[in-house]
Design a protein around this ligand. Structure first.
Ligand code: CA
Length: 219
């Protein structure tokens, strides 16, 4: 599950990002409302953790604009403004969940896991496409009945593509993911990973969409 963290407090953001990494989540961080709206459109995160107190825009306006996307992204609102009013307004405007600062990291992780469970279709942790079965809780992949080892980045890339089966993922979105997984993204890093993945997967599973990106067909 890909998280977009919107938080202008740099030290809090850094702490949250490393805590999320430790919990096995992958998070991109931006520090303004404008960046958040851009990242929501280009990266297509699965969930946005949104601080309401931002320097350039009111967090509630950011929330309102996120609701106007073609496919709205779930939003968990963070606020230091510890008032019931903000909570009600936030939920009214389409926030899916709410945490008041200061909060416990374990609490945030628990809430995010609820979203993750909702995301995984039919409450199963296995995604099957053709002869490829990916188990997101065991982090294992079975290809044509045999277990195949994938290094972490390749596994994450495959998981991302399989979770979005039927959709085209742009190069930019995939490169941003690599970056969020702590990769130094050189100009051809994505091609190299895709090349390695293809060697281990059935022939035409990952398709190149010329000039745009890559896709895995829905079964
Ligand atoms: Ca803030």
């Amino acid at each position: 599950m890909q998280i977009l963290l919107v938080e202008d407090d740099a030290s809090l953001a850094a702490g949250l990002k490393s805590a999320l990494d430790r919990e096995g989540f992958s998070a991109n961080h931006v520090s303004s409302g404008r960046e958040a709206l851009t990242a929501a459109k280009t990266d297509r995160p699965d969930i946005i953790v949104l601080d309401l107190g931002l320097p350039d825009m009111d967090g509630l306006d950011v929330l309102a604009q996120l609701q106007k996307l073609d496919e709205p992204i779930p939003v968990l609102v963070l606020t230091a403004r510890d008032s019931l009013d903000d909570k009600i307004i936030g939920l009214d405007r389409g926030a899916d969940d709410y945490l008041a600062k200061p909060f416990d990291m374990q609490e945030l992780a628990a809430r995010l896991r609820v979203f993750e469970r909702r995301l995984s279709t039919a409450n199963t942790s296995t995604i099957s496409i053709g002869d490829v079965e990916l188990d997101t809780s065991a982090h294992s992949v079975i290809v044509s009945g045999a277990a195949v080892e994938f290094p972490r980045r390749e596994y994450m890339l495959l998981k991302t593509l399989m979770e979005s089966a039927g959709k085209v993922l742009t190069r930019e979105a995939l490169e941003n993911r690599l970056y969020s997984w702590g990769e130094e993204v050189s100009s051809n890093a994505l091609e190299v990973h895709i090349h390695h993945l293809r060697k281990k997967l059935p022939g035409n599973m990952i398709k190149t969409v010329r000039g745009i990106g890559y896709t895995v067909a829905r079964p």
